[in-house]
Design a binder for this molecule. Structure first.
Ligand code: HEC
Ligand code: HEC
Length: 208
């Protein structure tokens, strides 16, 4: 007891911290790697900090890390297909996925948000929050959270390009995107009209 106290008070720091150094070094290395990969392989399409300005290319800034990681795994395994991204994903390793997902999840969403068509935005908000009881479309809100924020289980939808969101809904409905577990989104999209898909996509694009 006496010995310990005198060591703590002594002029030298305790040695335990040395064991933490390799760990810290490894963490910052992983961070640097993710930034390097993003700059070399992703920024040309997904934009600075994941704030893509191209309507067909999803914004990744602030997206849930778990969602990004799952999508990257699905693209790599072929469960989700995208010809544009394939040659770039061929250059990453499975071990890079967590770093890339964390990098994008930590970026701040920014960039202009459209105002959208007033009627469509209002109809989209209603559908998002209440669903359509007549046709059994569930409220998106229940899974994707208030204001499209998402959580560790469900992707963030807020501020996404309307054209991208609409394209995903159509793909779920047609079954050309089929990487949703338990067919959740295919079942939702199957019940939606095209007008509803347009409305909800326009509404989501207006959110910060
Ligand atoms: C040539 C352009 C291009 C490059 C380069 C590119 N992407 Fe993509 N990415 C796309 C497109 C287009 C989509 C949407 C595909 C679709 O419509 O299904 C997409 C989709 C994604 C998604 C799914 C987003 C979601 O919300 O479901 C993730 C995650 C992603 N890209 C990450 C990356 C990462 C990480 C890199 C770099 C290693 C990268 N992309 C490089 C074009 C690109
Ligand atoms: C029961 C839960 C649930 C409900 C209700 C739900 N979703 Fe989803 N949604 C999910 C899950 C889970 C995913 C992720 C699928 C995957 O792994 O690719 C998803 C993915 C999506 C995507 C793709 C995001 C991307 O960038 O890849 C869009 C767009 C979407 N949902 C829109 C909606 C809309 C619009 C509604 C309401 C009409 C809705 N969802 C209702 C669970 C749900």
């Amino acid at each position: 007891m006496l010995l310990r106290t005198s060591r703590q008070r002594g002029p030298f720091p305790r040695w335990d911290f040395l064991f933490a150094l390799p760990l810290l070094a490894a963490c910052s290395l992983a961070q640097a790697d993710a930034t390097e990969l993003v700059t070399r392989l992703c920024v040309s399409c997904h934009g600075e900090g994941g704030n893509s300005s191209a309507p067909a290319i999803p914004r990744l800034a602030g997206q849930q890390a778990d969602h990004i990681a799952k999508q990257l795994e699905d693209f790599i395994s072929g469960k989700r297909e995208n010809a544009a991204m394939a040659p770039f994903l061929a250059q990453i390793q499975a071990a890079d996925i967590t770093g890339l997902a964390t990098y994008y999840a930590e970026q701040t969403p920014s960039g202009p948000r459209p105002r959208g068509n007033k009627k469509a935005v209002a109809a989209g908000k209603r559908l998002y929050e209440d669903g359509n009881t007549r046709t059994d479309v569930p409220a998106c809100f229940g899974c994707h959270q208030p204001e499209g924020a998402g959580n560790h289980r469900y992707p963030r939808l807020a501020g996404q390009h309307a054209a991208y969101t609409l394209a995903q809904m159509k793909q779920f409905k047609a079954g050309t995107r089929s990487n949703d577990k338990a067919r959740i989104m295919r079942a939702v999209a199957a019940r939606m009209s095209e007008a509803e898909m347009v409305a909800v996509s326009e509404y989501l694009a207006t959110l910060p």
